[in-house]
Design a protein around this ligand. Structure first.
Ligand SMILES: CCCCCCCCCCCCCC(=O)CC(=O)SCCNC(=O)CCNC(=O)[C@H](O)C(C)(C)COP(=O)(O)OP(=O)(O)OC[C@H]1O[C@@H](n2cnc3c(N)ncnc32)[C@H](O)[C@@H]1OP(=O)(O)O
Ligand SMILES: NC(=O)C1=CN([C@@H]2O[C@H](COP(=O)(O)OP(=O)(O)OC[C@H]3O[C@@H](n4cnc5c(N)ncnc54)[C@H](O)[C@@H]3O)[C@@H](O)[C@H]2O)C=CC1
Length: 259
C-alpha cells in the first residue's frame, strides 16, 4: 500500500521540469514528500514549477531549500556536469531520484529531414539522457547511495512514426541506454527504468497537425489522449520503494495505443 509520503527522504532531480510532463512529475514527487531540483533549459519555467511546489519565493513556501530551480542545457556535457555539482552543493547530497524528461521534436519526413534536425533531436533526447544519467550515477556510486533513475522515452521508440525518424531513433536509444545502465548499476543499488508515454496533452503535442491528431485519437483503445499526471503516477511509483525490485523495465503509459 503506497504511503502518502513515500518519497519523504528523497531528493529528486527532474530535467524538463518546466514543461508539461516534467512539471506534473515535479508536482507529484513533491506531493509525496520529495525535495525537488527542477531543471530546465528555460530557467524561468523551472522557477515557475518550483513556485507551484510551494518552494522558496512563495508566501506559503515550504521550508527554505525544500525545492530549487536550475537552468541547464542537458545536451551540453559541461552543463550536465555543473548541474549535478550545483544540485549537490545546494542540497548537500546527490539526488536519489533522477528523472530525465527534457526532450524536443523536429519532425520532418525522412526524404527531407535535415542533418541539423537529426543532430538537435539526438543531442537533447539521447545524448542529454546519457550525460545526466552518467553524472548522476557517478555521484551516487561515489557516495555509496542507492537511487532510482527514470528516463522518459516514448511509445514511438518502440513502434516508430511517420515524420519522426530522428525522434524515434532517440527514444529507442533511451530504452537501450536505460537497460544497459540497469545491468551495470544494479549492483550499486541503483535502479534504471524507462517510461514510454503515448499521446499526452502538452505543448509538445499541440504542434501535431489536427488531421494526425484526429487519426491517432481514434486508434487509442481508451479513446482519449493522456494527461501529464498519468505519466507522473508511474514515475512516482518507479521513484519509490514500491518498485524496489523493478529495474531495466519499459513501462508504457499509452491508453493502450500500440500495445
Ligand atoms: C494511421 C494514422 C496513424 C497515426 C500515428 C500517429 C502516432 C502519433 C502517436 C504519438 C505518441 C507519442 C508522441 C510523442 O512521443 C511526442 C511527440 O512526438 S508529438 C509529435 C508527433 N509527431 C507526428 O506524429 C508527426 C506529425 N506530422 C507532421 O508534423 C507533419 O506531417 C510533417 C512535419 C512530418 C510533414 O508535414 P507536411 O510536409 O506538411 O505534410 P502533411 O502534414 O501534410 O502530411 C502529409 C500526409 O502525411 C500524413 N501524416 C503526417 N504525419 C503522419 C503520422 N505521424 N502518422 C500518419 N500520417 C501522417 C498526413 O496526415 C498527410 O496525409 P494526407 O492523407 O496526405 O492528408
Ligand atoms: N507529450 C507527449 O505526448 C509525449 C512526450 N514524451 C516525452 O516526454 C518528455 C516531456 O515532453 P512534454 O512535457 O510533452 O514536452 P514539453 O515541450 O512540454 O516539455 C519539454 C521540456 O524540456 C525542456 N527542454 C528542451 N530542451 C532542453 C534541454 N536541452 N535541456 C533542458 N531542458 C530542455 C523544454 O524547455 C521544456 O520545458 C519529452 O522527453 C518527450 O519526448 C514522450 C511521449 C509522449
Amino acid at each position: 500500500m503506497a504511503s502518502p509520503l513515500r518519497l519523504r527522504s528523497a531528493l529528486a532531480l527532474v530535467t524538463g521540469a518546466g514543461g508539461g510532463i516534467g512539471r506534473a512529475i515535479s508536482v507529484r514527487l513533491a506531493a509525496e514528500g520529495a525535495a525537488v531540483a527542477a531543471c530546465d533549459l528555460d530557467g524561468a519555467a523551472a522557477r515557475e514549477t518550483v513556485q507551484l511546489l510551494g518552494g522558496p519565493g512563495t508566501e506559503e513556501g515550504a521550508p527554505r531549500g525544500a525545492h530549487a530551480a536550475f537552468q541547464a542545457d542537458v545536451s551540453e556535457a559541461g552543463a550536465a556536469r555543473r548541474l549535478l555539482e550545483q544540485v549537490q552543493a545546494c542540497f548537500s547530497r546527490p539526488p536519489s531520484v533522477v528523472v530525465s524528461c527534457a526532450g524536443i521534436t523536429r519532425d520532418e519526413f525522412l526524404l527531407h529531414m535535415s542533418e541539423d534536425n537529426w543532430d538537435k533531436v539526438i543531442a537533447v533526447n539521447l545524448k542529454g539522457i546519457f550525460l545526466v544519467t552518467q553524472a548522476a550515477a557517478q555521484a551516487l556510486v561515489s557516495s555509496g547511495c542507492p537511487g532510482s533513475i527514470i528516463n522518459i522515452s516514448s511509445i514511438i521508440g518502440k513502434v516508430g512514426n511517420m515524420g519522426q525518424t530522428n525522434y524515434a531513433a532517440s527514444k529507442a536509444g533511451v530504452i537501450g541506454l536505460t537497460q544497459s545502465a540497469a545491468r551495470e548499476l544494479g549492483r550499486h543499488g541503483i535502479r534504471c527504468n524507462s517510461v514510454l508515454p503515448g499521446f499526452i496533452r502538452t505543448p509538445m503535442t499541440q504542434k501535431v497537425p489536427q488531421k494526425v491528431l484526429d487519426k491517432v485519437t481514434g486508434m487509442i483503445p481508451m479513446a482519449h489522449m493522456g494527461n501529464p499526471e498519468d505519466v507522473a503516477d508511474v514515475v512516482a511509483f518507479l521513484a519509490s520503494e514500491d518498485s524496489g525490485y523493478i529495474t531495466g523495465a519499459s513501462v508504457e503509459v499509452t491508453g493502450g495505443l500500440f500495445m
